[in-house]
Design a protein around this ligand. Structure first.
Ligand SMILES: Nc1ncnc2c1ncn2[C@@H]1O[C@H](COP(=O)(O)OP(=O)(O)O)[C@@H](O)[C@H]1O
Ligand SMILES: N[C@@H](CCC(=O)OP(=O)(O)O)C(=O)O
Length: 377
């Protein structure tokens, strides 16, 4: 593998989010694999010793709870998953605290629900917590707060959580560590596949077969890793996907796994929140002209270009803007309640009563979701 600008950038990052998956850390029979956890902690501690700030997003709560509760395998139902996570998270946090203590490092546990990033005020609050923990020299260890997260409010997978945290803390790189050592052009369990070295554009992943997890412990598989890489890349953060067994090399030299180049510059906190983190309460359907205006020319969305409305939102909520082929092209803050819009659809400003003559979504409140590596999954 050749050194590259993307990999050099990742290796030089002074603030990092490292995410490790369940299948790399836990097994259904033995719970937490402490040798693997120690190796990961050693790799993180080595960077911290070089004054790199690291936030660790660790899965494995459910996996770590299976053996103590004698569940035999990953539970299917939410209540048992929550019970397993409750037992497992305690064990996981304890294991990290003990392991980091070998390096005289203190850990701080941060358990987040999607509400903590979906609401703007909560987002800022989480930001403050991380900043303070890091400035005090602690290593934040993050997981989803599985014991209270219901199906509706779940992040779903920690890859996405890690991408959101990466932007939240202003990370310069995101490292996703898994049981697989890289992205392949097909599921590596299904025969001969080729490793992908670097992803710099949508065409690099367009032909790949991207599969879900079948380790029995992981949740999102490669699908969620690609989605997370897209979110981070769109926010200006490069991503390295590598094997947990290669953690030391991944964190020190970034010369393993698959590197994803960041697309463009860093989004502001508000625009990132709007585009990727905010909770969405509805959808506006756009005609082709409105899509061209909003995405192509960065104009405000007017009622004349809206063909339909879904959801029960209020003015000030975040909604998705979809094109005639049902693809999400942008997200934005809507200026009307859902109930006000149907009577306005397709009408030009001149045809609307004066009190309704304003943009449906103002250009300043709108973030286009560009076509990217995510769309192919
Ligand atoms: N194209 C692909 N390249 C690499 N891995 C893939 C691909 N498609 C599916 N996978 C599977 O995704 C798995 C990793 O996802 P997952 O089990 O959810 O990991 P984690 O627990 O680290 O989040 C790998 O073990 C691999 O079998
Ligand atoms: N929050 C859950 C993990 C969810 C998850 O995304 O798992 P993984 O696909 O292994 O990263 C847990 O700790 O068990």
């Amino acid at each position: 593998m050749t050194a590259s600008r993307v990999r050099n950038g990742i290796a030089k990052a002074r603030r990092l989010v490292v995410k490790v998956g369940s299948s790399a850390l836990t097994s259904t029979e033995d719970g937490i694999d402490t040798a693997r956890l120690d190796a990961l902690v050693d790799a993180v501690a080595a960077r911290v010793a070089e004054d790199v700030q690291v936030v660790l997003v660790s899965s494995g709560a459910i996996g770590a709870g299976i053996a103590p509760l004698a569940l035999g395998g990953r539970p299917e139902d939410l209540a048992t998953q929550q019970a397993a996570a409750s037992v497992g998270q305690l064990a996981l946090a304890h294991a990290y605290a003990e392991s980091f203590a070998r390096h005289s490092l203190t850990v701080g546990q941060v358990l987040l629900t999607s509400d903590d990033v979906a609401r703007r005020a909560h987002y800022r609050n989480a930001q403050r917590t991380f900043t303070r923990l890091l400035s005090l020299g602690a290593v934040p260890v993050v997981n989803e707060n599985d014991t209270v997260a219901t199906e509706e409010i779940r992040f779903g997978d920690n890859d996405r959580l890690a991408a959101l945290v990466a932007h939240l803390i202003g990370a310069e790189a995101l490292v996703l560590l898994s049981d697989v050592d890289a992205l392949y052009d097909g599921d590596p369990r299904s025969g001969s596949t080729r490793r992908v070295d670097e992803v710099t554009s949508v065409t690099d992943v367009a032909e790949l077969e991207i599969g879900r997890s079948s380790s029995g412990l992981g949740t999102g598989g490669m699908v969620s890793k690609l989605a997370a890489a897209r979110t981070a890349a769109a926010a200006g953060i490069p991503v390295l996907l590598a094997g947990a067994l290669d953690a030391a090399r991944a964190l020190e030299r970034a010369d393993v796994g698959t590197a994803f180049e960041a697309a463009g510059s860093r989004l502001s906190a508000r625009r990132f929140w709007l585009g990727y983190a905010a909770g969405v309460t509805g959808r506006l359907h756009l005609d082709d002209g409105a899509v061209a205006a909003v995405v192509g020319r960065r104009r405000s969305l007017l009622a004349a270009g809206v063909t339909g409305v879904d959801g029960d939102f209020l003015a000030g909520d975040v909604v998705e803007l979809v094109d005639p082929a049902q693809g999400v092209v942008a997200r934005g803050v809507v200026a009307f309640d859902a109930g006000e819009l149907p009577a306005m659809l397709g009408r030009t400003s001149d045809e609307l009563p004066e009190h309704l003559r304003r943009e449906v979504v103002h250009a300043d409140d709108l973030v286009p979701i560009t076509r990217s590596i995510h769309d192919v999954t």
